[in-house]
Design a binder for this molecule. Sequence first.
Ligand SMILES: C[S@@+](CC[C@H](N)C(=O)[O-])C[C@H]1O[C@@H](n2cnc3c(N)ncnc32)[C@H](O)[C@@H]1O
Length: 325
Amino acid sequence: MIEFDSLFTQLEDTRLHKWVEPLKQQLDGIFEAIPHGKHDEWGAVLQQLPELNTRHCDYASDIVTAGTKTDITPQQSEQLLGLLKQLQPWRKGPYQLFDIHIDTEWHSDWKWQRIKDHLSPLKDRLVLDIGCGNGYHMWRMLGEGAKLVIGADPSRLFLNQFTAIKHYMGKQLPIHILPLRGEDLPDFNQQGFDTVFSMGVLYHRKSPFNHLQELKSFIKPGGELVLETLVIEGDENTLLVPEGRYAKMRNVWFIPSVAMLERWLKRLGFKDIKIADVNLTSMDEQRVTPWMDYESLSDFLDPDDPSLTIEGYPAPLRACLVCTL
Ligand SMILES: C[S@@+](CC[C@H](N)C(=O)[O-])C[C@H]1O[C@@H](n2cnc3c(N)ncnc32)[C@H](O)[C@@H]1O
């Protein structure tokens, strides 16, 4: 059910058409080349998704929605619920499929609310979202009128979640996730996208400059970068490199101040740098739900002082910067 043919067709009609051949080669046999223990299990879930007539879709509102209560019978709803539960944990959302509300770990709609008014209008734009998760924000980008939205994320689970959502939203829609890391995208260097998003990825990369350089190579002259990441308070010389884990995450390498981030962007030639948002993550925004029943933010903070992580670092503070090339 996961297929890329419609992506290739849609790319052919854009200035990104040179990307088709290298991408085809890269994606050919990728699921065999990089196997995943749950590949067959998740594949079976997608195969069993009931075929339903979806009369109403909405990806321009906070709850990304496909179908209504009247499009599904109680038996079909029970079957779909069981299948979607097999794709847990659901981290980014919220979504509504027919009468099923997927209450995800994150209120990703809150982040979108905070940043959307700071973006250049996405209408008719070619958009790339590096580290897109299961694609929640990509739907919102499409909802703003983007011409084509492509995400890149190595998580196989999130790709399966996205495929389940798209199954009901409309299989021919110009929205696609590539199961690739940002650094593994084909040598792009054609500076083709109008807007490139990197949200929640920078601190996972061992070399932040390499990541920013890659993002730059995807953007056309005059295009926009939307960079969202963990930050700490401080001046342009302030940077946190956690000794071990940060908020129980093993893969957090660099947390700069906003001022240092601005300097990094300037050094790489980005202009018109705007601080769209700085926000302390709340336990209402990231929490345990019936769709994500592992640990969440409240378990990552010091129970006696929630301004600190369990390791004693400042609690997660996130900034979003918007700049042009
Ligand atoms: C914190 S989540 C952010 C998801 C979404 N962008 C958001 O803002 O809610 C980080 C995502 O980046 C992905 N990721 C991690 N390393 C990556 C890389 N090198 N290239 C692309 N995506 C990556 C993870 O799989 C995960 O889905």
